[in-house]
Design a binder for this molecule. Sequence first.
Ligand SMILES: NC(=O)c1ccc[n+]([C@@H]2O[C@H](COP(=O)([O-])OP(=O)(O)OC[C@H]3O[C@@H](n4cnc5c(N)ncnc54)[C@H](O)[C@@H]3O)[C@@H](O)[C@H]2O)c1
Length: 287
Amino acid sequence: MFWSKQSGYSVEGKVVILTGALGAIGRGLALRLVEKGASVALVDIGDEATGATFCSEINQRHGEAHVHYLKIDLRKEKDIIAMFERTEIVFGRIDVLINNAGVASPAKLYEDEEFDRIAGMLEINLRAPIETTRQFVNYIRENDSRRGVVVNMASMGGLLPNRGGEVYGALKAALIHLTRASKSLAPTVRVAAVAPYYVTTPMVLGNPKLQNGNKTVFPELMLDIDQVCRATVRCIEDEGSAGQTFALIGGWTYLRMWLFDFAGLHIRLLAGWSLLVARLLAMLGLK
Ligand SMILES: NC(=O)c1ccc[n+]([C@@H]2O[C@H](COP(=O)([O-])OP(=O)(O)OC[C@H]3O[C@@H](n4cnc5c(N)ncnc54)[C@H](O)[C@@H]3O)[C@@H](O)[C@H]2O)c1
């Protein structure tokens, strides 16, 4: 079934590392996780004062919530190591990693894009989630009885190529590929992804490329932050989500991309057929 949820796992009582926690979706996710009873390491490059203010906002709304701000630059390996060490010190364990931090570029690739901005997107949108996931998997493996969950914040741009989002989309497509390729880590670590369409956030509303009649933006299909947050928590709790990417689009949230499985079957058939032909030719001495 392609949009059912196999639940059983709950975020209640779990310790979550949430990257990009001071951003539009990150703030919503932090609140949602705390409401559901999780403890959250709020990770962002934003300054300590902004992090502390956000922690006290959460505490005002939810009493003594279990949140802790970590100022981390995900472009630096030593910061990523510190993120895990400090979370372990503060909360005593880590159960879930949400790779939510991501950046988009206001520039057009074939007109005014810059080398450093492309490098920044590569580092934050792809190298960082690869490295955090790698370190998280090693951490879980060192703790025999533990199970871990990783949710990657991909994008619809990683499912459908579009002019204007070439690099951003390519990196999100790679993140989706990483997710699919990591399926066999389950049940030790369950890696899944959500791929939202445009969300009503500054990343979209403040991006000049996406304004003035951009043909990929359909306002009626846009998501609000709450929809993305609910779907992300659902993805964490969905025990059938290993290797899966869930497309989130206006109204039709949380649609499992079963087409990937279908495409995978075609590739296997093609590979099987090619192998058969190659062996047949070899047997006949024609190769
Ligand atoms: N907004 C959308 O329409 C939309 C749609 C699909 C997917 N997404 C994805 O959702 C995620 C969150 O998007 P958002 O709209 O909340 O973006 P946002 O810009 O509001 O938040 C991103 C956060 O990441 C942090 N960050 C950036 N570089 C960092 C670094 N080096 N180290 C640590 N933190 C860093 C920023 O400080 C910021 O708080 C991103 O991965 C984005 O690609 C967004």
